[in-house]
Design a binder for this molecule. Sequence first.
Ligand code: URA
Length: 237
Amino acid sequence: MAMRLDKYLADMGLGTRSEIKKAVRKGRVSAGGRVLTDPGAKVGPEDEVLFDGKAVTYEPYVYYMLHKPAGVISASEDRRERTCVDLIDETRRRDLFPVGRLDRDTEGLLLITNDGDLCHRLLAPSRHVDKVYYVRVSGRITEEDVHRFAEGLQVDADFRAMPAQLRILRSDSVSEVEVVIREGKFHQIKRMFRAVGKEVLYLKRLSMGSLTLDPALQPGTWRRLTAEELAELRKSL
Ligand code: URA
């Protein structure tokens, strides 16, 4: 699939269209061994494109596993705030977005990609993709809470949650649990716990479908998905 040279380089995050046009006109880019000075010249994935002598391979889709830290927002770009996409510092691609949202104070697994189709399938309400969270809450979690979550909790007048699994890890004045939900309503976990009289103190997403947060990733760090993780995720949808 041939495309304009400036689009090829912009898609690969080498700068804005106008920065790239300038660089091309200055003769900093070559393809197939020839310097190209026309930003509109057509190139394809088979051409060896060099920018300042460095190879730029065309990758249509990229997939990053981010351990989102608290304090960043789940958006692609924001004029004032640091976003989860800003943390992917190996690229200046402008087409990346997070698959779904985590609250600013929530940590954990966030898939960052430019694959709209996969994103759509992961988030489609009809697919009921499992999301697992680790939660610390104020107050004692009881078997009664487990039961209420399992039956489908009436969260408020307009929202009855689908059945969710609660696994108690520790029940005390502060409790720890793992929760599995199959939908993704706004502030869902916090609202569910509030409905049983508890306050969420800490929230971390551990998995989404077949994709599990790599325990080696510290908050704020990322890695690319492995080929196996991507194949597994696609297969599960
Ligand atoms: N539920 C919440 O309340 N917040 C999140 O960030 C994710 C799920």
